[in-house]
Design a protein around this ligand. Structure first.
Ligand code: ADP
Ligand code: MG
Length: 292
């Protein structure tokens, strides 16, 4: 590859907000057979809103005090949605201690001396935290409606449900169809539930979806794809996606992108949305044509 054309290509990319960490990623991108997309914050806006709340016992304000205290320590889009809802009901939150993210699952902390967990229902099963039957029914109904459902437990006892819905970014549908027209296989991997994943996949015309995939597993799936089909690109918003972004042949952090992910490896940063990924692939192909 001639260094000059790669430099020109990288320069042009930078002008439109695409920062290649190294020239070689610009070269590899155009050869991608498969592009794997994260859902939350990548295909969707990542600014979800709380749509439904169910408090098992006690009042809603007390529930949001505790839940808000825990989520104030998380930067996840879901946490931000919960915080927006919590601030409408609570003025001052108690202190959260030993706050800790469970990547791909949820968040935990000690509030008012009580161990509090907020996560997806799958993690509750793993932790053997019992969810009452009527609550389970509510969860199924909300998930079928395409919502992301998180559950809260205080001292390992089920405390309530929060449902959240996210919107597509305006350009996602057209960007995904343009990638597919270029002959690239588009796949979605998400830590979110099957129904929410399917609902977004249907709207964007993606037919390969895997849901309930924790961050480390995303990386493993990418490695399997690399063995089967060659160059694999991973696009994520950076939050929780660091392992997958790092193992991909080109890891693209889109949007805000958490600093952790950006520092964690050979990652390309794109400001904006998936239409920028389409531009980047085109630029890469054009650059490679000039090299030949
Ligand atoms: P995605 O792959 O769609 O970006 P993530 O891997 O970031 O999703 O998160 C997967 C799931 O873990 C979320 O859908 C949610 O159910 C749960 N989760 C993650 N972070 C939090 C949090 N801070 N509070 C509650 N639930 C969370
Ligand atoms: Mg994400």
């Amino acid at each position: 590859a001639t260094p000059t054309s790669v430099m020109v290509g990288s320069g042009r990319a930078a002008q439109v907000g695409i920062l290649f960490k190294e020239g070689k990623f610009l070269e590899v991108l155009g050869k991608a057979t498969t592009i794997v997309l994260d859902k939350t914050g990548t295909i969707t806006k990542g600014e979800p809103q709380v749509t439904d709340t169910y408090v098992h016992d006690g009042n809603e304000r007390a529930f949001f005090e505790i839940v808000g205290a825990v989520e104030s320590a998380s930067g996840h889009p879901i946490a931000n949605a919960i915080m927006r809802a919590a601030r409408q009901r609570v003025v001052k939150f108690p202190q959260a201690n030993q706050a800790e993210a469970i990547p791909g699952y949820g968040m935990q902390a000690t509030v008012n001396g009580q161990q509090t967990l907020i996560s997806n229902p799958t993690y509750f099963m793993e932790q053997k935290i019992h969810i009452p039957r009527d609550a389970k029914r509510m969860i199924t109904k909300l998930e079928r409606a395409g919502k992301t459902v998180v559950v809260a437990a205080i001292q390992s006892r089920f405390a309530g449900i929060i449902a959240i819905a996210d919107e597509l970014k305006p350009s996602s549908c057209s960007a995904i169809s343009r990638l597919r027209k270029m002959g690239i296989d588009v796949m979605m991997l998400t830590g979110d539930n099957q129904a929410a994943a399917q609902s977004i996949a249907r709207k964007t015309g993606i037919n390969k979806v895997q849901a309930n995939v924790p961050p480390q597993r995303k990386a493993e799936i990418i490695q399997t794809l690399q063995k089967k089909r060659g160059k694999v690109v991973m696009v994520g918003d950076g939050i929780n996606d660091a392992p997958a972004l790092t193992v991909a042949d080109v890891g693209i952090a889109i949007g805000t992108g958490s600093d952790i992910a950006i520092e964690s490896g050979d990652i390309t940063v794109i400001k904006g949305d998936l239409s920028k990924v389409v531009e980047a692939v085109k630029l890469s192909k054009a650059t490679m044509t000039n090299i030949k």
